[in-house]
Design a protein around this ligand. Structure first.
Ligand SMILES: Nc1nc2c(ncn2[C@@H]2O[C@H](COP(=O)(O)OP(=O)(O)OP(=O)(O)O)[C@@H](O)[C@H]2O)c(=O)[nH]1
Length: 362
């Protein structure tokens, strides 16, 4: 079941409950069972689903509700809050600050999207005026340094790596040292992919972490990996102190359950989502915005944030543009700039999801 289907199933269950003539324990039970089935189908762990059902029943407590209360609204709010709790461990994560050099280390399974995400993360901050840098501590996979170099060059971000040195700890330490000297705000260390059965590689990751002393370790997770996400995420958390999660490939056949499990296993919040292979297909994660979109309610604050991030609002450009337009001057250059701004906001269908529009493009 892809994420859109999960959202559809939950919405249908809520609608059925809404349409019931009388909302009683039986109707609530059926609604919760329907939602539980959808979550289990999306690979969410059984204990988390069970927990959600019990919590909603306890919160709503239909038998003790005084007459006049809007039971439907109370149930909907309780379900929404419990879904939020599934995705939010309630623990703040380290947030890098401009002007305070921070080291952020990326870890995860092979092919999860670490290298791509490192560059997206660096590019995201660079667009906001940060001085960012990338360090390739993946000396295991042939071609890893070339991939990072290519991405970094495209995004105009300084990078460090080595073709000859095979010791990831040494490369990471040297890279971090160099960029600290250059007063970078954000130094991002990419590491090789590993699996929990690979004890030696886990030990190596621990050593890189110990040597570079990152302010934040981000666990990168492919959204389609399903049930095994919990065990893998837990293994990473036990080896190094994972502080945040980035879920990638949300544009693919994401079931979503794996992401929820990773949050539960690492007790760390999801901070960004990867929504495509391109540099701009990357968005900050906000639980409420995400759930609103999942349930087809649109996300106005997400849309405003996207526009603010990508369209230069406060520069002199906007009034100037309006003035020129009011005089009937519209040049090809202006049209080019407008289209560039629009493209920076990401794929049109994503922008439409935020604004609750459906885009029918084939
Ligand atoms: N569709 C889609 N593809 C992605 C996304 N993020 C990464 N990829 C693709 O996933 C593949 C693997 O990405 P990498 O960044 O090389 O993954 P990695 O974790 O660094 O790989 P290893 O170093 O081998 O562990 C590449 O083809 C990326 O283009 C995403 O958000 N959406």
């Amino acid at each position: 079941m892809v994420l859109a289907e999960l959202g559809g199933s939950i919405t249908r269950a809520l609608q059925q409950m809404n349409n019931a003539i009388v909302v009683d324990e039986k109707v609530l039970g059926e609604c919760l069972n329907e939602i539980a089935r959808a979550l289990l189908h999306a690979d969410v762990r059984f204990d988390l689903v069970r927990h959600l059902q019990t919590n909603v029943k306890n919160l709503v407590n239909l038998n003790h509700l005084a007459a006049g209360h809007n039971k439907r609204k109370i149930i909907q709010n309780a379900i929404f809050d419990e879904l939020c709790k599934l995705l939010d461990p309630g623990k703040p994560t380290f947030t890098p600050e401009l002007g305070k050099p921070s080291v952020v280390m990326f870890v995860g399974l092979q092919g999860a999207g670490k290298t791509t995400t490192c560059t997206k993360y660096a590019h995201y901050h660079r667009k906001m005026g940060w001085k960012t840098a990338l360090v390739c501590a993946d000396t295991f996979r042939a071609g890893a340094f070339d991939q990072l170099k290519l991405n970094a060059t495209k995004a105009k971000i300084p990078f460090y790596g080595s073709y000859v040195d095979s010791d990831p700890v040494k490369v990471a330490v040297e890279g971090v040292k160099r960029f600290k000297k250059e007063n970078c705000d954000l130094i991002i260390v990419d590491t090789s992919g590993r699996h929990k059965q690979e004890a030696a590689l886990f030990e190596e990751m621990r050593q890189v972490s110990e040597a570079t002393k990152p302010d934040l370790i981000i666990f990168v997770m492919d959204s389609s990996i399903g049930q095994s996400a919990f065990d893998q995420a837990e293994a990473f958390k036990q080896s190094v102190s994972v502080g945040a999660v980035i879920v990638t490939k949300m544009d693919g056949h994401a079931k979503g359950g794996g992401a929820l499990s990773a949050v539960a296993a690492t007790k760390s919040p999801v901070i960004f989502l990867g929504t495509g292979e391109h540099m701009n297909e990357f968005e900050p994660f906000d639980v409420k915005s995400f759930l609103n979109r999942l349930l087809g309610k649109g996300d106005l604050s997400g849309l405003i944030n996207t526009i603010q991030r990508n369209v230069p609002m406060d520069q002199q450009q906007q009034p100037e543009l309006l003035q020129k337009l009011s005089k009937g001057n519209f040049t090809l250059r202006m049209m080019y700039e407008l289209i560039q701004n629009l493209l920076e906001m990401g794929p049109l269908n994503q922008v439409c999801t935020l604004s609750r529009l459906t885009l029918y493009v084939s």
